[in-house]
Write a protein that binds this ligand. Sequence first.
Ligand code: ADP
Ligand code: MN
Ligand code: MN
Ligand code: MN
Length: 363
Amino acid sequence: MRQSKAEYIWLDGSEPTKKLRSKTRVIEYTDTPTLDNFPQWGFDGSSTNQASGDNSDCLLEPVSFVHDPIRGQGHYLVMCEVLNADGSVHSTNTRAVLRRALEQGGAQEDFLFGFEQEYTLLELDGTPHGWPTAGFPEPQGPYYCGVGAARIAGRSLVEAHLDACIEAGLLIYGVNAEVMLGQWEYQIGYRGFNETADPLTTTDHMWFAQYIMNRLSEDYDLVVSFANKPMKGDWNGAGCHANFSTKSMRDKSTGKTAVDNALKALESTHQDHIKIYGAALDERLTGDHETCDINTFKSGNSDRGASIRIPVSTAEKGYGYLEDRRPGANIDSYLVAARIIATLLNQEFQASVNSQIRESVTA
Ligand code: ADP
Ligand code: MN
Ligand code: MN
Ligand code: MN
């Protein structure tokens, strides 16, 4: 009998930043599986900071799946929401916060997201990949979008990851080398293609892409760091710019007002956003290295020192998307998407999402 390997993936309860966990379930092969082919499963929550030892069972509820590009055809990566033993939503389950935000009004606005995930490749001893073991490489300048062995480190892993994301069917938009040597970026989200790119799909794909990057790094003896500021000093931090738009922001007749309203709403909720934009965010949002100071809110056309950058296409046309430059590389994109949706919608709805976010952050 032919069988499939299904890698069940979930977010744990690590603090201050959740980590990915996964384990393999063997299922009977079917040509075109649906979610029903992946049974609910369980795990030991006392080993993942999600339960106590005397009451350790947590449940894994499969919610979406893609082809596993590493194990190949007929094998799957399965995203799971964590439930308590009684089937209720676990307090660390931030995907449920986004799911409810969409159910409670967010879905009407047809939100589109695109995340620019930056990360840093490290040697097993913690030195950034490509850096000399003692001392520093040449100062920043030549590395961003560079080419050639003197300016680039880690390209083969980056290419393997890009191929794997395409093979899995993820919403991968592109990749580039970043400002610090050993630092890279991939983007996940809306591509302008005729395909499903709703907020849950995009954020699930963010976690699938992160799983694949971590899994492939094992074969290269490299460590993938999503730290906000892996190297102190005159080196860029790693962020995760969140690009977003609503139906009314993208519409020619309503766009100008919707974009202006979004900027006002984002200004008045600055601190609510900062709270969930990643651990140690103050180390990255210093006002230098293409960031805006953590205590200041600023928006501007093409301004890479702003909290919100208005991309040139949006500024020129008067409608389109905005770039939130504040999120750090270690964000939970489920929470960030829910937060942005709540801020852009009406007050009543904001209050409900606010309290759910608070619950899951203080859990
Ligand atoms: P940057 O110039 O900031 O480096 P990138 O080219 O790396 O930008 O990424 C652009 C991002 O914008 C992608 O993640 C893409 O999904 C996103 N994006 C483009 N158009 C839209 C849109 N209409 N709504 C939401 N996100 C969008
Ligand atoms: Mn980018
Ligand atoms: Mn970047
Ligand atoms: Mn950007």
